[in-house]
Design a protein around this ligand. Structure first.
Ligand SMILES: Cc1cc2nc3c(=O)[nH]c(=O)nc-3n(C[C@H](O)[C@H](O)[C@H](O)COP(=O)(O)OP(=O)(O)OC[C@H]3O[C@@H](n4cnc5c(N)ncnc54)[C@H](O)[C@@H]3O)c2cc1C
Ligand SMILES: Cc1cc2nc3c(=O)[nH]c(=O)nc-3n(C[C@H](O)[C@H](O)[C@H](O)COP(=O)(O)O)c2cc1C
Length: 617
């Protein structure tokens, strides 16, 4: 097969460049071509995002000028925190563009609810975070939609895909809320809301097909389609650029571990490790603020426990494949979390009467109470089944999911390496110690030389300010310090000392848990870090956390805010982020002499201005 004929619109590429591309294509192998395409995508992405690129402006202007925006445009809105909804929204955009629709894809964060008045058809993909809450960056949209000024939406047709995790009590809470609210405002759902669990890929693909069919049925081609359009982007809207990564969540890169060291000292109550991977020859690139996706492996001791409880050998082959049950349990399935689906499956298999009250049909409260105190192994040991078909058991399980870790290095300094900071999760349950799947694998069972499947999960919302004179306040507890190490490495690499920087860091004990202590001290000396405020909760009788330090330093923190500071919060979502939020409200109220309502408005404005950024988990 010869080189394919490349058809490019004239305004994208000149004849001369096209000739050079064709000549290059003749000389390359498919693998080299893949690498080159990744290289150019990365090059273009950095140009588009870092410069006030005239290429970008003129390209999109010429495209947008050639369109007639009176035509019906389909708007895809996504709300995301860890990138899944964004990936799906991008995929749906591509699918609908290929179908010839006029479609654009926008982060809910960048979309004003008043603009819903101008829309005819919106397709929404949103995840749920916190405790049934919308993703951090979508909160303003949700709040405004909830408010008195929310527009009437009688003219609007919509459809919603929710991403969530069925092991949370408020499964897909954000998608459910949106659906209800859109409906109350008069909008009409053209399809029933679909809710996906963590293994969402297949269901999402099916939803894409349903959406495609529905759109065809509803809108005539003349109204919606314009075959000449590549991508319609109105001016001043965020431009979504394609990922430059060859390896991704579906095709992770096998990264070799270069270093794996415990960085909490002897006697610490925590095991936190600094892990370095080689990304050599992967073509993967990242920026401070991004996370590393790690595809974990279950502990073989847990797999053996399950096999014993099931009375199976593990040598059974699954569905005539080459894979044994043991390997499926090791690599493919979540064998820990009790989900509503597994409880139903096990109830059907065991016929245990005791399990009836935990069935999803009986409401979710008891189910979640039970699931928080038991793992799969606890249930199958207690309610045993004498003879079981391995496939029936596997059908009740979810796919094992990758875990995200904030990247603690900066590529300009670390070059082909990527670093993460992992806290080993260990806790007592039902009279025995339990360990987190990925964190215990990373911290305790992996050594330099071994490889781990990884990918980069970019996080556009957690970047250093573009203006290098702006003050930066970084607040983090435990491993929440990781992205700030990447930030400081970046400032050092760029030799940027203009912006005042301030780290608030909290852990348990100063002697054993001051993560990357020497590096912070060095940055204080060299001037890349201006201030550091530490809170070690177990060093004194009275527990001191980062929020207490923020309040102590309230006057200066408020002055920095008034000077335009960006605030970053990273780490624990359940307690720390909420307490920090409250501390910020308190100092704004006190130092700014404001009412509680005005302080809350002040913080909301910071969020809208993207000066208050959170990466919490
Ligand atoms: C964007 C993002 C960035 C992150 N960055 C980091 C980072 O830099 N460093 C880091 O260490 N982690 C980070 N995490 C968290 C990380 O992804 C994993 O969630 C964490 O390591 C635990 O995963 P695991 O597989 O070890 O635990 P799992 O096997 O997934 O176990 C977690 C589950 O254990 C159960 N559990 C926990 N404690 C108890 C208890 N006391 N009693 C009963 N059940 C309990 C809960 O059901 C919980 O869901 C980040 C997460 C996100 C989303
Ligand atoms: C800290 C955290 C909290 C979460 N809380 C919920 C929840 O309350 N309800 C739910 O259905 N899913 C919850 N999820 C699961 C996410 O919605 C799910 O992983 C989703 O695929 C993420 O999509 P995104 O990457 O687009 O944000 C939570 C995930 C994280 C990391």
């Amino acid at each position: 097969m010869g080189t394919p004929v490349i058809k490019m619109p004239k305004f994208v590429i000149s004849d001369e460049i096209l000739k050079q591309v064709e000549a290059l294509a003749e000389q390359t192998t498919p693998k080299e071509a893949l690498w080159i395409s990744g290289y150019f995508a990365g090059w273009a992405k950095s140009k588009l995002t870092t410069s006030n690129s005239t290429h970008q402006d003129s390209y999109f202007e010429s495209v947008s000028n050639s369109n007639d925006f009176e035509k019906l445009e389909i708007r895809i809105l996504y709300g995301t925190e860890t990138g899944n909804s964004y990936d799906l929204a991008e995929k749906l955009t591509e699918i609908l563009k290929e179908e010839g629709y006029v479609v654009s894809c926008v982060d809910i964060n960048d979309f004003k609810i008043q603009n819903l008045k101008k829309e005819k058809c919106v397709l929404i993909i949103t995840s749920t975070h916190g405790d049934g809450d919308p993703p951090e960056t979508a909160k303003t949209f949700f709040e405004e939609l909830d408010g008195r000024k929310a527009p009437k939406l009688d003219h609007l047709q919509y459809v919603i895909l929710g991403l969530g995790d069925s092991s949370y009590e408020h499964f897909c809470g954000a998608a459910r809320y949106l659906d209800k609210r859109f409906n109350a405002l008069g909008a009409k759902a053209i399809l029933e809301r679909v809710e996906c669990d963590v293994d969402y890929e297949e269901e999402a693909e099916k939803w894409f097909e349903d959406v495609k069919l529905k759109l065809k049925e509803l809108f005539s081609k003349e109204e919606t389609m314009n075959q000449n359009i590549i991508h319609s982007v109105k001016q001043n809207e965020p431009v979504q650029v394609a990922s430059n990564q060859i390896f991704d969540k579906r095709y992770p890169f096998e990264a070799e571990i270069i270093e794996n060291i415990k960085i909490t000292g002897n006697g610490s109550t925590k095991h936190i490790s600094h892990i370095e991977f080689s990304l050599e020859e992967s073509g993967l690139s990242y920026q401070p603020g991004d996370a590393l996706g790690v595809v974990p492996v279950n502990a073989s001791s847990n797999v053996e426990q399950i096999l014993t409880a099931l009375n199976l050998t593990g040598e059974e082959y699954i569905n005539d494949s080459n894979k044994t049950l043991r390997n499926s349990l090791l690599y493919d399935y979540d064998i820990t979390t009790l989900t509503p689906r597994f409880i139903e499956t096990w109830h059907n298999l065991s016929k245990a009467k005791d399990l009836e009250e935990f069935l999803p049909s009986q409401g979710r409260a008891l189910l979640f109470e039970y699931a928080s105190k038991n793992h799969i192994i606890d249930m199958i040991q207690k309610y045993s089944v004498t003879s079981i078909d391995p496939l029936e058991f596997l059908n009740g399980l979810r796919k094992l999911q990758p875990r995200l870790y904030s990247i603690s290095s900066c590529q300009d300094m670390a070059l082909d390496e990527v670093h993460i900071t992992v806290s080993k999760l260990e806790y007592e349950l039902n009279h025995g110690m339990r360990y987190g799947v990925a964190s215990s694998w990373l911290c305790s069972r992996l050594e330099p030389g071994q490889t781990v499947p990884v990918y980069i999960q970019s996080n556009h919302h957690f970047r250093l300010p573009e203006d290098s004179n702006v003050p930066v306040i970084m607040i983090g507890a435990g491993t929440g310090i990781a992205p700030y190490r990447a930030f400081l490495h970046q400032l050092e690499s760029d030799n940027k000392k203009n912006s005042p920087t301030w780290l608030f860091f909290g852990e348990r004990n100063f002697r054993t848990d001051f993560l990357y202590q020497t590096e912070w001290q060095q940055w204080l000396r060299t001037g890349y870090l201006d201030r550091i405020s530490l809170a070690f909760s177990r060093d004194a009788k009275e527990k001191i956390y980062v929020q207490h330090r923020i309040i102590e330093q309230g006057k200066t923190v408020f002055e920095w805010l008034e000077e335009g500071a960006f605030i970053y919060v990273c780490g624990d979502a359940t307690y720390m982020a909420k307490d920090v939020n409250q501390a910020l409200l308190t100092i704004i109220e006190n130092e700014g002499k404001m009412s509680a309502d005005n302080a809350s408005e002040y913080l909301k404005t910071l969020t809208q201005q993207k000066r208050y950024r959170k990466d919490v988990y």
